[in-house]
Write a protein that binds this ligand. Structure first.
Ligand code: CDP
Ligand code: MG
Length: 713
């Protein structure tokens, strides 16, 4: 190639160079803009004070309005103050995956570093960190799992439990655990310190010897920061022995609250009307509407687009941005992008936008007053996912979102008297969930006395005892309620619901681990089948292609295998990765499969496969012997059995609850109906339903689960 003299520039180089300076300029502008934004955040003015308080207190509670900069700024302040200089990490836990990812991206951008280097995140099935990561965002559940591998959480200098007011079950368990870890680390230091004294025998050496001791043992005191957006810090402070609470003054502009005169019967419809009312009648500013879940958001999104098309030229400048937990990460970032000039943005969000993520530009909030709540009845084993009224605390958080950047308005789609009747705050999740996982994890952490564990709020005795019973029957615990070896330990190591973990262990004995691995991965994600209301018949026909008269588990295996075949063909044809993905997406559309869910299931599959191989389980397949697979399902899910009685209705064997096969099941249409079934979920929506169902032979029960069914045989 002929060389180009330094002082002669070719046209290409010139335009390339021009582009480069343009890019540089744009980058610089955006960096300056970010810097300015950061400086204007309420926490920016109290950086020194907060750092001092963290230095002075081992546990600190930081309370501040949503949007004041706690989540994005505090870790950076502490990093700059030298809390990572010895190579240790600042860990920040979030109750939600979406929040962990979006915040980590934002902070990496603010620090001008590549995500996964100095700033990273780690969530179940996705780790974007490296050995150079010092600010690590993660889910609270993930940190609990890390504690299984390192009981002292020794790589962390500071752990920040963020969004603590949400009181997810993981947050509550984590708070108790962190209290223990903090104490254990201090005790180790004191012990080693005392040894050091004896060794050195001089008082002057006290400090150096402590330091040396800590380094030798790799323990330094663990700083804990509990961050909450709810102003009442008393509960946390009392729980941490009177820990100091500091308040960051937020910048909150007045928000006008508007109530309806009459209760609204159809809140999605009322939301839609209010969105357009604001759009037509009110001044500029984005709208944030709170809905209860993905389906509701997607259908609202469609309706808005339909209506916008009918608006006259000029008033049709409305765009939508959905955000909910199962949105792929590249789309999650869309809500933060400003609307194009002249356009109004409508953010359709679940309660994730109450406090977990702060979206700039919002002036109008629509609060229909509902939230989807999962609750569990330990006696019947029934889980219900119901749309329930929000609490007063949630209503206040929601309206607050309208006054972040200037005065705003909040449209509460309920009456003022309905507001006054809302309960003050939400019941913590630990009081309304299946505790089997919590109990298993605590046992694995060496905490045997679950009833005596220092929970911030104790779950009911019945709930704990029921979970212990379940784990005992599954062989995870010994008769004296210790974690069994190897089953209990193996189950605790897998990042799955204990029922699914057990199924994998059983499947390795039944020589159908390959099939069970697929079933469990598919069951761990949102719904695989997709049936849009306007194409119900086509979707049902597509589903029949994978369906099995024996039940849903085999249908899921069939879908997975068909998708794998589709991928394999493309890979064999040496297609590029992007083209292969495109082909899979097309295949999913044609077969009414939820592409995103399938992608997620494939990721889960590859991660869990790694785990089970590491555990030494044998990855064998039962081939076409689906009888063997169903027997294995029976041995795994024997606690979830329902039988058809003389009145032809199903009753669960565990609690005698009357249940119906969910319409989404491949068995819902089949005749004659099976006499006996196993299921994975028992949910109450409009009535009691069992979901993910497979036909079994009742005679298998005493044979395959004698610990539970022996008395019947
Ligand atoms: O944690 P807190 O609610 O106090 O605030 P934050 O999450 O640290 O957010 C501070 C500011 O950062 C917000 O007001 C947003 O303007 C901005 N931010 C953003 O632009 N993009 C994100 N992914 C997260 C925050
Ligand atoms: Mg925050």
């Amino acid at each position: 190639m002929p060389s180009v003299p330094n002082n002669v520039s070719t046209q290409n180089q010139q335009s390339g160079g021009g582009r480069k300076t343009q890019d540089d300029r744009r980058n610089q502008q955006s960096r300056q803009w970010i810097l300015q934004q950061r400086k204007s955040l309420p926490v920016a003015s109290v950086e020194k004070w907060i750092v001092e308080e963290v230095k002075k207190n081992d546990t600190l509670i930081v309370v501040g309005e949503t949007g004041s900069g706690k989540t994005t700024q505090l870790p950076q302040f502490l990093y700059n103050a030298g809390f990572c200089h010895d190579g240790r990490v600042i860990g920040i836990t979030q109750p939600r995956r979406v929040a962990a990812v979006t915040v980590a991206k934002r902070v990496a951008e603010e620090c001008n570093v590549e995500l996964g280097q100095k700033v990273g995140y780690s969530i179940r099935f996705e780790d974007v960190t490296s050995s150079s990561t010092r600010i690590k965002y993660m889910t609270d559940g993930l940190l609990l799992r890390e504690a299984l591998l390192d009981a002292y959480l020794s790589k962390y200098s500071i752990i920040i439990v963020d969004e603590a007011h949400e009181r997810t079950v993981h947050t509550d368990v984590l708070l108790g655990l962190l209290k223990n870890v903090q104490l254990a680390r201090s005790n180790s230091i004191v012990k080693q310190h005392n040894c050091g004294d004896v060794d050195n025998n001089t008082q002057n050496h006290n400090q150096t010897s402590t330091l040396r001791a800590c380094q030798a043992l790799k323990y330094t005191p663990l700083k804990l920061i509990i961050m909450s957006a709810s102003l009442d810090a008393r509960g946390f402070s009392e729980y941490f022995g009177g820990a100091k609470a500091v308040y960051v003054q937020g910048r909150q502009y007045p928000v006008e609250i508007l109530y309806t005169y009459q209760p609204e019967k159809d809140y999605p419809d009322a939301t839609l009307i209010t969105i357009f009312q604001i759009h037509i009648e009110e001044g500029p500013g984005d709208i944030l509407a709170f809905l209860t879940g993905q389906e509701e958001i997607e259908s609202m999104d469609r309706l808005i687009h339909e209506r916008v098309r009918q608006l006259p030229e000029g008033s049709n400048k409305l765009i939508t941005a959905p955000i909910h937990s199962s949105l792929p990460s590249e789309q999650q970032m869309n809500v933060f992008k400003p609307a194009p000039s002249g356009f109004r943005k409508v953010i359709l969000a679940t309660n994730i936008a109450e406090t977990s993520v702060t979206i700039p530009g919002i002036k109008y909030v629509i609060d229909p007053g509902w939230v989807k709540v999962r609750s569990y009845n330990p006696v019947t084993g029934m889980e219900s996912l119901t749309i329930s009224e929000i609490s007063k605390a949630q209503a206040l958080q929601r309206s607050g979102r309208a006054g972040r950047e200037g005065p705003g308005k909040c449209f509460r789609l309920y009456t003022e008297s309905a507001f006054s009747e809302l309960k003050d705050s939400t019941v913590p999740e630990i009081k309304r969930c299946n505790l089997a996982n919590v109990v298993l994890q605590l046992k694995a952490l060496g905490i045997d006395d679950i009833l005596g564990f220092d929970f911030m709020e104790k779950p009911s005795r019945t709930a704990i005892v029921k979970s212990l019973e379940q784990l005992l029957l599954q062989g995870a615990l010994t008769d004296d309620c210790k974690l069994s070896d190897p089953v209990g330990h193996q189950m605790a190591r897998l990042p799955l619901d204990p029922m699914y973990s057990k199924a994998l262990i059983v499947a390795s004995e039944f020589k159908c681990l390959e099939e069970m691995l697929i079933a469990v991965s598919m069951l761990s994600v949102e719904s695989i089948f997709y049936s849009p209301r306007d194409k119900m018949e086509e979707a049902n026909a597509a589903k029949k292609r994978f369906s099995s008269p024996e039940g849903d588990h085999i249908a899921l295996v069939n879908v997975y295998r068909a998708s794998a075949e589709c991928l394999e063909k493309r890979n064999n044809a040496k297609m590029k990765e992007k083209a292969v993905e495109k082909a899979l997406n097309k295949w999913c559309r044609e077969n009414f499969i939820n592409y995103r869910a399938l992608r997620h299931a494939r990721d889960v599959h590859s991660q869990i496969k790694g785990h089970v191989e590491h555990m030494g389980l044998v990855l064998s397949s039962c081939g076409d012997d689906m009888l063997q697979f169903r027997r294995c399902l029976t041995a795994s899910f024997f606690l979830n059995v329902a039988r058809r009685g003389p009145d032809r209705s199903y009753r669960t064997t565990a609690s005698g609850q009357s249940v119906h096969i969910h319409p989404s099941s491949v068995l819902s249409e089949i005749k004659p109906k099976p006499d006996c079934i196993i299921f994975n979920e028992l949910v109450y929506t409009t009535q009691n339903y069992v979901r993910n169902v497979t036909r079994i032979d009742p005679l298998w029960l005493p044979e395959l689960a004698p610990q539970y069914y022996a008395a019947e045989s």
